[in-house]
Structures are given as structure tokens and as C-alpha cells.
Design a binder for this molecule. Sequence first.
Ligand code: AMP
Length: 518
Amino acid sequence: MQHNLFSALRAGWPADLDATAIECADAGVQHPALLYTWRDLDRSTAMLANLLAALGLPDGARVAVQTEKSVEALLLYLAVLRAGLVYLPLNTAYQAAEIEYFIGNAEPSVVVCSGKNFGWVSKLAFKAGTAHVFTLNDDRTGSLLQRAAHHSAEHMPVQRAAGDMAAILYTSGTTGRSKGAMLSHANLLSNARVLQQAWGWRTPAEGSDVLIHALPIFHVHGLFVASHGALLNGSKMLWFSKFDPKAVAARLPEATVFMGVPTLYVRLLAEGTFTREACRNMRLFVSGSAPLLIETFDDFRARTGHTILERYGMSETVMLTSNPHAATDGERRGGTVGRPLPGVGVRVVNDAGAACATGNIGGVEVTGPNVFAGYWRMPEKTAEEFTADGWFKTGDVGRFDAQGYLTIVGRSKDLVITGGYNVYPAEIEGLLNELPGVQESAVIGVPHADFGEAVVAVVVARAGSVPEASELIALLKARIANFKVPKQVFVVAELPRNAMGKVLKNVLRDAHKGLFDG
Ligand code: AMP
């Protein structure tokens, strides 16, 4: 069967192509606001796809993109799909050494970067054999758009086989070297369709949804989950190039769907103008990419009357599980990531690979049409990460409850083994976070001569509090087995996080690795 994800998304657009598809909604944006109609999306992606086609690139050529977030950057993504090429988004935070690695590893035929980085990026790219380097800025300037302006606004999407690659996403690399997850047109489309049903997206005929898009677009959450949702359902997007809680709160009354990483919810709650009234037309708040604290889940419900829907997924698989959308399918449970999405298999297994009993903790393995084919040019790594019966080992550790809701307990690499006992950081973090004066925490294992590893906690104090490490340790001792109690607790101003809000435990482990030396 022939496929093109772009064509499938395009089929969901409203009949009235002159309706607004995307409105730029940043604080201080000039009036009249910058609007893009569905026709604009169609024509601009056609021009960009024609430019790419005119370059005469080989089949399966990669287009690597490191630019600030802009509507044009999203259009470039869609144009790459439309042209049947492979999109490779790169985190805007990456510096020269990281970009050199990605370009060297992926060997893109085309690199698109911000004008301000052209000097060093083009040097790296040409050295690695890239044929074309274009610029794209967040103010609708740059050589990419200049060149595309000379091309026709008509373009027939290039048909691909279902399993052909549509994108390579380099894993966020909180541990080890980043690997390129190869996602096909069918992976991405099947997941977009599953979420369309699971989250009750309203089609134009049903009185469309309006999505607030405030996530970066170099990652699975903002690029696929959020953008595909709106594009497949012909829903308007209120587009924020960066997240600003006040600006988002001001536009919320016009919106029905919001997607965020947990830190965005914490920041919204700290914003005085974020009120129940501001959320009056909202129907869905989705959280994912990192664990949502129960406290945030509860505070959010108290403030807005809305219950955040938490879901779980990863670059290699897109979305895997979700809390229910419809009340008739069950409640949304804080601290859980819900149940497997339709068509997705999720199992929790012990070290021997046997299924764990309900409530027991084990490795999370998954299968489904959404699961990637493998890591780019890493057949051995790919083989290691799949079981003999073809399930992908996510590297997450979790447990199912009796109602089939999954709780993610942590990454298997973050598991602490102390004196032969397993300690799951999330359990200790959950307890610490409930203690007086504690805002949040991260628990790590640190090398220890006697125990192999010792449990250590890094804690952020609540504003105005000064929790005593010794007191926190004493309180934990009264509640849990001694081997789980941190040997040391450090109180810090903030935890190191990556762009998606994930705590960088490798950075903490590094900082404390010599703690028990000598
Ligand atoms: P990435 O590939 O960067 O999207 O990272 C995927 C990883 O993020 C997963 O393997 C999980 O460890 C974590 N993750 C994603 N969503 C959640 C969630 N709702 N709760 C806990 N961890 C999550």
C-alpha cells in the first residue's frame, strides 16, 4: 500500500481552505495577528517540497533542521514529508560538538539552520559531505524561503511504502550517546489516528478543537503528538514560539486543548491570571514526557476544575498509554500513565522475561504499529533492545494495577542497587515530596565501597522553607526500610533538567560520584 503521512494529515483539513489554520499568539505579537490559512499551509509546503525535489536528492535523503520554533519550521517538516524525504529535527540547545555528531551520524543531504549559526553549522555540514545548507529564521527570513519563493505552489505528494522512514528522532540522551530512532510514515500515522479517537478530537464538522501549541517542535511531544493532532483534525492552532504562562493564560478562553510537559503545568499554576474562568472553554489538558507530580495534578484540579490527562510515550514508539478521555472509560488517575492505547501491547516483565503479577514492578516492553523499526545504523543496538518475540524494551520500569493502569517507576538505568536490594527512585522521591518543606526531589545511586551503590537524594526546598537534611532522613526512617533511606540528602536551588523537563540524573550522579570515596 502507498502512504504519505502528509496526504493523510491533509485529508483532515476543512473544506473551507480559507479558514485560519494557525494564528501566531506570542505575547506582544503585532495586530492584526499573523494568520495562516489552510490554503497557506498547502501552498507553502508545496513550494518547499518543490524546492527539495529540485535538489535531486537520493531516495531516503535526510533533511536535518536546527532552527528556532516558527510556523515556517513546521511547514518545512510537512514539506519534507510531502517530498517523501526524511525529517531530522535537532534540539535548538545543541552546540557544535553535538551537531557535529548528529550530522556525522545521519549524513543529511540538506541542513537547515538559523542564520546566526550559518557560519559554524555550514562548516561542519560541508565537512561531513552535506550538499545543501539553507537558513531559516523565526521572522520569516532566510535563504530557504527565498529559494522556495521561486517554486510552484502545486505539488503532488510523493508516495512511499508504509514502512519507509518519515523521520529520525535522536533520543534525548539523558544517559549515553544519543541514538537515531527511525520512524516510518505508518508508525506516525497509526499513532495520530489512535489519538484522534482516544482523545476525542473534534472534526471541523463537529465544531473544531483549538489547540494551544506551546511546546518545542524538535521532540515527539510538540512535533508529532500536538501538531499531528491539530493537523489531522483540521483544528486551528494558537501558536506560541515559546511558553509564556501569562500569554498562554490570556489566550486560553479561545482554546479547547492544551498539551504540556509537567514543568509547563507548574508554571501555569504559579501564574495568577491562570484561573478557572480562563479555562472555561477547555476540554482537555494533556501531560507527558516526564512524570507529573501528584501535587501538581491535585493543585491543577483544585484551581481549574479540570483533571490533567497523563500519557506515556517515547521517541522510539510515539504514544503508548493514556489515561481515559471519556469518563465512561474510567477515571484519570494521578501518578499513573493510564492504560495501553488501542492496538498497542504493553507488558511488565521480570529479569527472566516472564510477565509480572499485577502490582509487581518490572521492565516495560511494548509492541504495536507505532513502534519504530530500529536505531539508525545501529543494528546491534537495535537487536539488543528487542526481545526474541519482537517486543521493544523501553528501558522504563513500571507496574500495572488491578484496573490495568500503568505506573512508571523510573528508568531501569536509574534503578539503585544497594547491598543487593533494589531501590526504585520514584518511590523515595514520592515520599520525600510529601515531607514538609520539600518542593521536589531526585534520588540517585552513588558508588559505595560496602553497598555497591548508596542511595542519595537531591531536594529542592519549597519557597520560604529550609528543610534540614537530617530531619528528612529521620522522617523517612520512620516510614520505609532502612536500605531505602538516603544516606545523604542535599538541598539545592533547582534540579538539572533537559528541554523537555526531564531531570538529568546522570548530571547528578556525576556531581556526587566521589561522595563516599576514601
Ligand atoms: P523521549 O524519548 O525523550 O520522549 O523520552 C521518553 C521517556 O520519557 C520515556 O521512556 C519515559 O522514561 C519518560 N516519560 C514519558 N512520558 C512519561 C510520563 N507520563 N511519566 C513518566 N515518564 C515519562
